[in-house]
Design a protein around this ligand. Structure first.
Ligand code: PLP
Length: 456
């Protein structure tokens, strides 16, 4: 059994973590390895290093070191906006008239507006260390692209962002924030890459998807000297960086002698949830505590609740390694009416394994219910939440209402991953009563599952 590091040496006087918490080190059933899409053999460090930064590849493959020191340069940047506040939602508790105690960890207190900056700054740091000129990436709603632009400008790196075309057009202000930080933003699919041209030929007029933008960003990185590709979710290294969320949360709760009963987070690719639960799940895996952990996903993109646990492509163009994960199929694109984010077809392999082992739960919620919760929360707690984060708010409220029914005084902690200032079109749709709920049919999902790669 691994020993927990006492918090004294885990944190410094600013209560900023000194180590990332590598949850995989505590897992008996490790997440399945990434496979080469051609040979179907585990990806080696050298193969991965052609696409990703070397040190990040090491972190990606390390499932044994429990605590990984955070370099001082990264901690200096974290100090600008961390520790992030852990807030007792007194107003929400009162409004709901619940005996439950509700806490949220707020990650929206930085200019990029979300938790994504925690990994962006780490990834930019390692790219700089390696002497690279720049990095490429994709962005959907724009939070990751914004965070990475900030991180790259801090370290003087070039940043090329492929932004899903519908978002590029619907969120001009996101785009301009990225350009303010010096990033180069291209709507995807584009004619600047072979894979983009191929997708455009096959689907003329398409608004693009995350999977497609990933393929373009990977191609661009591998074709340019001194560039690597970076990804804002899904990968183990991203969960590792996001563990600062969980370590800070646990430290603060421990300090006040509070033990949570339920921990809730929204799940797109799984990075914020994986980060938030890391030290708690670590205890659970060691039999030291038992927490209920709930992943919340959109009913229109129900990866854990209706997906298959299988090896799949991480991107539409099938250029990335294969990952064993809960997936809806790499060709799955949520309905155009879906405005709540969390659109990725897969789920990080770490959470997929934990879910498959029955160590956490998952639930899906409809977007109209999500926006109801978002508005309610904004009115009582003041913060304007991101639609993604509001999935967690929805379930936190539902659990608090169950406590009201049963009279149980449970402690609920949820991750409030970001702010919703750039999501006002979605809020507008909701306020105008134009938001609809579309759930994929079983036939649609079966069609998508039929295209999963054959593994024998
Ligand atoms: C990207 C994002 C998410 C979802 O990503 P995960 O990797 O699942 O954490 C959730 N909330 C916000 C605000 C985001 O920007």
């Amino acid at each position: 059994m691994k020993q927990e590091i006492p918090y004294k040496i885990y944190l410094d006087e600013t209560e900023l973590p000194k180590y990332w918490y590598n949850l995989r080190a505590f897992m008996k059933n490790k997440p399945a390895p990434l496979l080469n899409p051609v040979t179907k053999q585990p990806m080696t460090e050298d193969e991965l290093s052609e696409v990703f930064c070397r040190e990040l590849v090491k972190q990606e493959l390390d499932d044994t070191t429990p605590y990984i020191p955070i370099p001082d340069e990264i901690r200096d940047f974290y100090k600008m906006y961390r520790p992030a506040p852990l807030v007792r939602a007194y107003c929400l508790e009162k409004a709901l008239d619940t005996p439950a105690h509700i806490y949220y960890k707020f990650e929206g207190n930085n200019t990029s507006g979300s938790h994504k900056l925690n990994s962006a700054i780490a990834q930019a740091y390692y790219a700089k260390q390696q002497g690279l000129k720049g990095v490429t990436t994709e962005t959907g709603a724009g939070q990751w692209g914004t965070a990475l632009s900030m991180a790259c400008s801090y370290f003087g790196l070039d940043c090329k962002v492929y932004m899903v075309k519908v978002s590029y057009e619907q969120k001009p202000f996101r785009r301009e924030v990225m350009r303010t930080y010096g990033a180069n933003v291209t709507p995807s699919p584009s004619t600047t890459t072979a894979v983009g041209r191929k997708i455009l030929e096959e689907f003329p007029g398409t608004g693009g998807s995350l999977g497609c933008a990933i393929s373009e960003a990977v191609e661009a990185a591998t074709n340019m000297e001194g560039y690597r590709y970076v990804l804002g979710s899904v990968l183990n290294q991203v969960l590792l960086h996001q563990s600062v969320i969980g370590v800070e949360t646990k430290t603060a709760l421990d300090k006040y002698g509070v033990t949570p009963d339920i921990i809730i987070g929204c799940a797109g690719g799984g990075s914020n949830l994986g980060g938030l639960i890391s030290p708690f799940m670590g205890e659970k895996l060691q039999g030291k505590a038992n927490y209920r952990i709930i992943a919340v996903e959109p009913a229109s993109c129900p990866t854990l609740t209706r997906g298959k646990y299988a090896y799949d492509y991480c991107d539409t163009g099938k250029v990335c390694p294969l990952s064993k994960m809960y997936t809806l199929g790499s060709g799955f694109i949520p309905s155009a009416s879906h405005a709540g984010g969390l659109r990725y077809h897969g789920m990080t392999s770490t959470l997929s394994q934990l879910y498959d082992d029955g160590l956490m739960e998952a639930t899906s919620v409809k977007q109209t219910e999500v926006f109801e919760a978002a508005e309610y929360f904004a009115r009582v707690e003041g913060i304007l939440p991101a639609p993604e984060s509001s999935h967690a708010i929805r379930v936190a409220i539902d659990e608090a209402l169950k406590c009201k029914e049963s009279g149980e005084k449970k402690t609920i902690v949820f991750g409030l991953t970001g702010t919703g200032y750039f999501d006002m079109y979605a809020y507008e749709k909701f306020h105008d009563g134009k938001m609809t709920d579309y759930l994929p049919t079983d036939e649609e999902l079966e069609k998508s599952f039929a295209k999963l790669p054959k593994m024998d």
